[in-house]
Design a protein around this ligand. Structure first.
Ligand code: SF4
Length: 367
């Protein structure tokens, strides 16, 4: 019987994100690892490989599909209420011990992560998204950067069908991959998991490419929102949160920062769960550093005003949320506060169209 790696090695085609090195190796530039690959070598992500001088990359399958409220990604300043048709592939360039999507992200590293690929086509995915009333197509669940060629193929067709597009990513990018996806992407969520390079190395990466991705995407005018999963004892010191939020505010105080609650998952089950008080304390640090839009996630109904959007100028409440559910929406068709007319940073619809769902909807998988 074929192994998953052998099966996935068939679900590929020649990729575009690489340079040919003077010594004949291929340098993959889909993520910040920038793997130099001699013939026969597989990248850190385990899904891109050099065979006979050609870089083969994942193609033609999904690991799962789900319809989510866009608030779950989370995007709070990008077409609130929109249905986000979300697909993932398999594999990741990091190996976070607390990954909540480990069945798909670690499918090639961990034999207990069993997630067979499901044959898919861009046409079928886009048609299904449109039929279900989705307005955004999202590459998520595993790390989308490592499968950027496939995402761009789908996004081209999504855009032709009038959909918006997004990545939900760890941000371990390169200048080359960001230039490659830029024409086809509208929104980008980045996990800023820590502000300590030693912590990033524990997760299998480095902090520098992540910070550079945030700077570049903002400079490229891609709408970004940043998430930090607050893990007690890992990344919740006052000093680390102070430096992390000061960095975001230095990129722009208008970038929304979501600080979200950890619960034990995968191989990280020892730290206690994050409490609402911990989220509030972290949010206060972000606010003190000048961030204008700070949200606390994963503990609906327990974090007071930190689920809602307020005008940064007059503090009027603009969007009322409980979890992913939008209870009230007051942003004007021009994307401004109705009380003081201050523009609200983000990407807004001219009319709030309600929510098709405030909960994830699993899509039966097809072949
Ligand atoms: S995507 Fe990243 S980890 Fe995978 S081969 Fe390319 S550079 Fe290496």
């Amino acid at each position: 019987m074929s192994t998953l790696a052998e099966v996935l090695a068939q679900e590929t085609r020649a990729g575009e994100l690489y340079h040919r090195m003077p010594d004949g190796r291929l340098r993959c530039v889909a993520c910040g690892h920038r793997c130099p690959l001699p013939d026969g070598a597989v990248g850190v992500c385990k899904v891109r490989f050099n065979r006979g001088g050609t870089l083969f990359v994942p193609w033609g399958y999904v690991g799962g599909v789900q319809c989510d409220p866009i608030e779950k990604k989370p995007f709070f300043h990008a077409h609130p209420g929109a249905l986000a048709y979300s697909f993932g592939m398999l594999g990741c360039d990091l190996h976070c011990a607390y990954c909540q999507n480990w069945v798909t992200s670690q499918a090639l590293r961990d034999p207990t992560a069993v997630a067979p690929p499901l044959t898919a086509s861009p046409e079928a995915l886009v048609r299904d998204a449109v039929d279900r009333g989705a307005r955004v197509l999202v590459s998520t669940y595993n790390e989308p950067l490592i499968t950027s060629e496939w995402a761009v193929e789908i996004f081209k067709q999504a855009k032709a069908a009038g959909l918006m597009t997004a990545f939900v990513s760890n941000g371990n990018g390169t200048a080359e991959v960001l230039d490659y996806i830029r024409p086809w992407i509208d929104f980008y969520k980045i996990d800023l998991k820590s502000f300590d390079d030693r912590h990033y190395r524990e997760l299998g990466g480095r902090i520098a490419p992540i910070l550079e991705t945030i700077r570049r995407l903002h400079a490229m005018a891609v709408w970004i929102e940043i998430v930090t999963l607050l893990i007690p004892g890992f990344n919740d010191s006052r000093d680390e949160l102070d430096r992390l939020t000061a960095f975001i505010a230095g990129v722009s105080p208008d970038v929304p920062w979501h600080v979200t609650a950890f619960h034990g998952d995968y191989k990280m089950t020892e730290p206690p769960n994050t409490t609402a008080a911990m989220l509030r304390a972290a949010a206060a640090i972000g606010g003190a550093n000048g961030l204008r839009f700070v949200y606390a996630g994963n503990l609906p109904g327990q974090v007071g005003d930190l689920e809602h959007t307020h005008c940064a100028a007059c503090r009027a409440r603009l969007i009322t949320r409980v979890g992913y559910h939008i209870r009230d929406y007051r942003i004007t068709p021009e994307g401004a506060c109705p009380s003081c007319s201050t523009r609200v940073p983000g990407r807004w619809s001219t009319r709030f169209q309600g929510q098709i769902t405030a909960r994830p909807i699993t899509i039966p998988l097809y072949r």
